[in-house]
Structure formats: structure tokens, C-alpha cells
Design a protein around this ligand. Sequence first.
Ligand SMILES: [Zn+2]
Length: 253
Amino acid sequence: MSPYKVYILQYAHRKLTSSEVFLGDTNQNPMEMAYFVWALRNDEHTVVVDMGFTAATAAARKRKMLWEIGAQLDKVEIDAAQVQHVIVTHMHYDHVGQYALFPRATYYLRDEEMAFWTGRHATAAPFRRSLEPEDVVALVRANYAGRVRFTKLHDEIVPGVTVHRVGGHTPGMQIVEVKTASGTAVLASDASHYYRNMDEGIPFIALNNIPEMLDGYDTIRRLASSPRLILPGHDPEVLKRYPQLHEGVCVME
Ligand SMILES: [Zn+2]
């Protein structure tokens, strides 16, 4: 198995304050949130991790769309229409909206995630605001079309790419372990939005289970060969830590 390169593809951003990010923070310090999708590629396989939101959702939620996601994938020579494997770390609007870009893909997600967002608590205000109902419907349709694979607790998607359920942020939150030339990397996605969540043990404000969130930070650290090989889900700092290939596109290898 050849090592994977991890492409970090930004597509949007938003200004907000620290009180909208860190549980218990009342300081309202100005911050930025970056929105990413990721692509993993070696000589044999291409795996996309999460899909991002649509331009319509960006407008409705006042997020600034910086680049089209298909165009970001094009920059690293990935044709979204041909992608066969899409890992869904969780079903929040900023991770699943662009399902239409990937007509050939199988979506890999957790049973708990689908069950939760089609179940009794999904419409409660603290949860509801992080979802677009049409995205949930699209994944239900994909399931009936045979295009969803429900992942196991620790599940190899293709050789060298394994998902692990951590929960915490959402019931079926899963992180991605990937073998690179530098060692084992971990795409934490929203198991740690920012480096600070994980480094200081302060959860993001939107969450399902605090103990699972804290245990998730340990799991991320345990799996990764070094701190340099951990990618948080929304931290703009990521863009400074890895070489830039194109505008909004960095690579970890
Ligand atoms: Zn997110």
C-alpha cells in the first residue's frame, strides 16, 4: 500500500466570537471559522471526507463561500463525479450538503448518526439548527438506493483508511485514521473543531455528550503518530501549518 496524501480543501469561512465556539466562554473574542472538505489519495484509492454545504445554504446561513467544492477538488485532479468513496464524519449541514456532486459514491456513516437525525430528538432546537432536512432526506434516499454503508466501530474503508466512532459532538461522530509517508494521521473533523478544543479539553458548544467528546480527544491523540498529523475540523490555523498547493488548498504528507 502506498502512503496517502491528505488534501485540505477550504471552501468557506465565517467570522464569529469565542463564545460561539468554546463551551463556557463568555469573552466574545473575535475568531474565524474555516470550512473544509478533505481528500485522501494514494496510487490505488481516492477517498473524500465530508462534502461541505451548498451555495444556497451558505446564503441562507450567511456563510461566505470562497470556492466551489468541485473546483477545489479539480485543483488536485479529483473529478467529484468519479469519486467512489465518501466518508461522512457526521450529518451536520456543513458536512453533507453537496451530495449531488458525488453521484457514484458510496457514503460511509454511522448507524447512530442516521438514527438520531431521523428520530425523536432531531427537531429539538439545539440539534435542529445544525441540520438541513433535505440533506437528511438525501441520505435516506441514498440508503434505499444501496449507496450507504453503515460503518462499524473501527472500520477500514480502503486499505490505509480507517474510521473510528468517537461520538461526543454528534451521536455517530466518526474520525478518520489515514496512513501517510510521515506516519498515521487523524482527520478529527468536528471531534475537535479547533486545536484548542483538544489541547485544552474545552468542548465546542454544539454537542451531544461531553464525556464522549473528552474521550474523543484522547482517541485522536492515541491514533496519531505525532501532533503534527492531527487535523481539526474548522481551525484556520491549519492553513498556516501545511504547504499550500493552490488557493485554499494545502497538503499533508
Ligand atoms: Zn462542522
